[in-house]
Design a protein around this ligand. Structure first.
Ligand code: BMA
Length: 345
């Protein structure tokens, strides 16, 4: 996912500053909040948009060759329907220029997308000379996985529903693995009602082979017991594919959406190598605690610059936050923490 040699602003790399200030990092095994929130959070709100809307949240993100950061943001209008707009920023933090014309918007009469498009993930695929956009299409048929290709974020190609309802939270890997494109997605298992992470393979991004289960919810009291789904697209590292995911706990006063990490096998990503016990980011800032849906951090965008993962996330289904972590810290935690284990406890 390192798509460009982006200049790393000191203020974006909170971890460097923290350590230079002489604050000893906490032991990784206690790293419940290994991500550092950007001081400018929330970095984008509905008030920043050049048109009327209710909320802006759950952005996909990528870094362009120019070094600019592009987010594809979910804008919910005052009908309650969502459309996806392109936003660009020179430093990935502020000065967002948001396109007034949506890239994807509700398609009246369509069983799959009459109610719009949600929660995009963006993956640069060198073989395609462009990006694969995956998002949720929503219509009377239920939420399903929609896939499109683009080279410029102006026109779309190859648009299709690739996984039937109910399925969402999907992203492709940036290159073929063993000859196949791989797609992580989140079907609901009929027998158990469990919403969990599966993987499907394709030779052409059109026809998909039998899906295989990757990761399940953990039972009972766990923070990710109710539902799980991927966050940003998987990040390739020498140790395996780093997967940032969201997990949901159901409580008497609603759901809590938090963020965890796992590691998938580099050559066969259906194999779960490690999964951290602790969550890595949990709603605690006021803009995460309150909004249209309280207590939600929901990342869809990841940009890696050197060793820093910039995580772009929806906060309380209302605005957009940015948090950073070191990829090497996340990997150390996954590989070294004795409490890390692949499966359910
Ligand atoms: C999920 C998705 C997300 C949303 C989250 C919290 O099921 O619908 O779009 O951000 O719930 O409401």
């Amino acid at each position: 996912m390192v798509e460009a040699d982006g200049h790393l602003d000191g203020h974006l790399d909170g971890h460097v500053d923290e350590r230079r200030d002489g604050h000893a990092p906490r032991p990784l095994s206690e790293a419940d909040e290994i991500f550092v929130r950007h001081p400018s959070n929330p970095i984008l709100t509905a008030a920043d948009l050049p048109f009327e809307s209710n909320v802006v949240f759950n952005p996909g993100a990528t870094m362009l060759e120019s070094g600019e950061t592009l987010m594809l943001v979910r804008v919910e209008d005052r009908r309650g329907l969502s459309q996806l707009h392109v936003a660009r920023s020179v430093d990935g933090v502020g000065g967002w220029r948001v396109e007034t014309t949506p890239l994807l918007s509700p398609e009246a009469g369509s069983i799959s997308s009459a109610w719009g498009f949600e929660d995009p993930r963006l993956v640069h695929c060198p073989e395609l000379g462009g990006w694969v956009i995956t998002c949720t299409a929503f219509g009377p048929g239920g939420p399903c996985v929609y896939l499109a290709k683009t080279t410029d974020f102006v026109t779309l190609d190859h648009q299709a529903v690739v996984m039937p309802p109910e399925d969402k939270n999907a992203a492709v890997f940036p290159h073929r693995i063993d000859g196949y494109w791989c797609l992580l997605h989140r079907p609901v298992v009929m027998a158990s009602g469990s919403a969990e992470i599966w993987l499907s393979r394709s030779e052409d991004l059109e026809s998909w082979r039998s899906p295989e289960r990757v990761m399940t919810c953990r039972p009972g009291g766990w923070w990710d017991h109710a539902r799980i789904g991927i966050g940003p697209p998987p990040i390739e590292t020498p140790e395996g594919w780093l997967l940032v995911y969201h997990g949901v706990r159901q409580t008497m006063s609603g759901a809590i959406y938090r963020v965890g990490v796992a590691l998938l096998d580099l050559n066969d990503p259906v194999r779960l190598r490690a999964r951290a016990d602790h969550w890595m980011l949990s709603p605690s800032a006021p803009y995460e605690r309150s909004g249209d849906v309280p207590n939600v951090v929901f990342p869809c965008g990841g940009v890696v610059v050197d060793d820093t993962l910039r995580l772009y996330y929806g906060a309380a289904d209302t605005c957009i936050g940015l948090a950073t972590a070191r990829v090497s810290d996340l990997l150390d935690l996954l590989l070294a923490d004795p409490s890390t284990r692949p499966g359910a406890p």
